[in-house]
Design a protein around this ligand. Structure first.
Ligand code: HEM
Length: 498
């Protein structure tokens, strides 16, 4: 009797285990094809390995097709590798894929999705996006940005001139320059280049990036979050430092806030929106803007706005040092069109080769190669395949930017590809979406373009970046893959134009 029960128990266990295994790896019917997932981890190694996931995904598309599915830990996902598929998913079906995946770590970091980038689309989120967008457009416009750059240039010049002798790391001036602009926009300060408030933030942001690395297993396999993990505690500690940094600024603004005075910075604008909504007699979901929301919006804009632009300019300087003929052409264009006076925002459109070079940097080194992960918020389809609700969607922007159907010799750095026969910047380019598209398109696109143009054109107008004699191969090469495409630290020499 005992023997039979033991056998039954074992058989029962084996049957259960096989059924669980089958269910765990079984692809839902109608989904695009893809590799058979490993039990539990699925194809998580594609995202967390040492090879850039965007390249691995492009390679997989050669086997399974331009749209394929993979299981990332516990979550079924589809990967889109062409412009046509991305257009269908993000523009034709503009709402269907506008969600974000659940994330234990980001839920904590955003006080339960009270931000913009991680939050799922709700009326409150829509209102916050609109507020952020309107404020950013205000600061990305003419005089405000022109004045900020006028303020920072003397200090930047002094710093760069002090580096004439020896090769140095261009991040030493790119990072504070970007912080200066975004910091002034958010907090309204006039900083020194090495202002302790900026230095402190740079330190927090770097530690935050390092501790996030390229994701946390608990976000892919939910039960993993119950296992105590030093990674999460390290992230939390540095996340709390970021909260207290921003909250301190919000408090300073709240204490001296005058709803009738003109808004001097982003926090003032948000406080004004808060006061207006309250004055209109109560706040419904569509106009909800608590102090926590306010903190989260500022953190989002400050974080998303700084690292992305740093990355683009860091690659840009490396590309100039590696392609001196491009640098000479930009300098010639600037000399011909604006001469010695500092560039203004209104010069955009008059310097097509300069703009084309920045666009080529964003194509060639796609700063956010997989955008931010999307999620289907309803049962839907892409191409001829079903995409069930809650499927994650990876937008392979890097694959779009390297698609030979649209880009001749995509591995070559060639700004001319962005110019038409009349030497004007091509408009509405297909397969070029560095800021993504659709409902979750980057909120800071206008500011990023304007600000990069202002810094980059002024730098090349005044300085020549040269590869050090002892550097073999290209100056700027890829660092370990992360959410952003970082270049490894490198050094360049800087000279004055003769
Ligand atoms: C060259 C610089 C930048 C690049 C290449 C870039 C690119 C992107 C990309 C690809 C996304 C993901 C869109 C998606 O999920 O489909 C994104 C989202 C976002 N970006 Fe940017 N970005 C840049 C600069 C900025 C700046 C300057 C700000 C703000 C000051 C900003 C704020 C945001 C925010 C808040 C989101 C989340 C939008 C949402 O989820 O609805 N970005 N960005």
């Amino acid at each position: 009797m005992l023997d039979i029960s033991s056998t039954q128990l074992i058989v029962g266990f084996v049957v259960l285990f096989i059924s669980w295994l089958y269910m765990n790896v079984r692809r839902p019917s109608g989904m695009p094809p893809g590799p058979t997932p490993y039990p539990i981890t699925g194809s998580m190694s594609v995202l967390m390995g040492n090879d850039p996931p965007q390249r691995a995904m492009k390679e997989m598309s050669k086997v399974y097709g331009d749209i394929f599915s993979i299981k990332v830990g516990s979550y079924w996902s589809v990967v889109l590798n062409t412009y046509e598929l991305v257009q269908e998913a993000l523009l034709t079906k503009v709402n269907d894929f506008s969600g974000r995946p659940p994330s234990f770590i980001f839920d904590w970091y955003t006080d339960g999705q009270k931000d913009i980038a991680v939050a799922n689309p709700t009326p409150t989120w829509k209102y916050h996006r609109l507020l952020a967008h309107t404020s950013i457009r205000k600061f990305a416009a003419g005089e405000y940005l022109d004045n900020l750059h006028d303020e920072i240039r003397p200090e930047l010049s002094k710093f760069i001139m002090s580096k004439m002798e020896k090769p140095f790391d261009p991040n030493e001036f790119i990072v504070p320059a970007i912080y200066y602009v975004i910091g002034s926009m958010c907090f309204g300060y006039k900083y020194e280049l090495n202002d302790p408030r900026l230095v402190k933030y740079v330190d927090i942001a770097k530690k935050l990036n390092d501790s996030f690395d390229n994701g946390w297993t608990g976000d892919f396999i939910p039960w993993f979050k119950y296992i105590p993990n030093p990674y999460f505690y390290a992230f939390k500690k540095i996340g709390e430092a970021m909260f207290s940094y921003v909250l301190k600024e919000v408090k300073l603004h709240t204490d001296k806030f005058d709803p009738d005075a003109p808004a001097n910075d982003l926090i003032d604008l948000l406080l004004k929106a808060q006061a207006d909504a309250e004055a209109q007699g109560g706040v419904d979901e569509k106009k909800k803007l608590t102090d926590t929301h306010l903190k989260q919006i500022i953190i989002d804009l400050f974080t998303a706005g700084i690292d992305t632009q740093n990355t683009v300019l860091h690659w840009a300087i490396g590309c100039l040092a590696d392609n001196p003929e491009v640098q000479d052409k930009i300098k010639q264009e600037i000399d011909d069109v604006i001469g010695d006076r500092p560039p203004r925002l209104s010069d955009r459109g008059k310097l097509p080769y300069t703009e084309a070079t920045l666009m080529e940097v964003m194509r060639y080194r796609t700063p956010v190669p997989l955008a931010l992960t999307h999620r289907a918020i309803t049962d839907s389809s892409i191409g001829s395949y079903k995409v069930p609700e809650d499927t994650w969607v990876f937008i392979n922007l890097w694959a779009l930017h390297n698609d030979p159907k649209y880009w001749d010799n995509p591995d070559k750095f060639r700004p001319e590809r962005f110019l038409d026969a009349k030497n004007a910047v091509k408009q509405r380019l297909p397969s070029f979406l560095p800021f993504s598209t659709g409902r979750r398109v980057c909120v800071g696109e206008s500011l990023a373009k304007a600000n990069s143009f202002m810094i980059f054109s002024w730098l090349v107008q005044n300085y020549k970046f040269v590869k050090p004699e002892d550097t073999k191969g290209p100056v700027a090469v890829h660092d370990k893959p992360r959410i952003l495409t970082f270049a490894k630290d490198y050094k360049v020499k800087v000279e004055l134009w003769k």
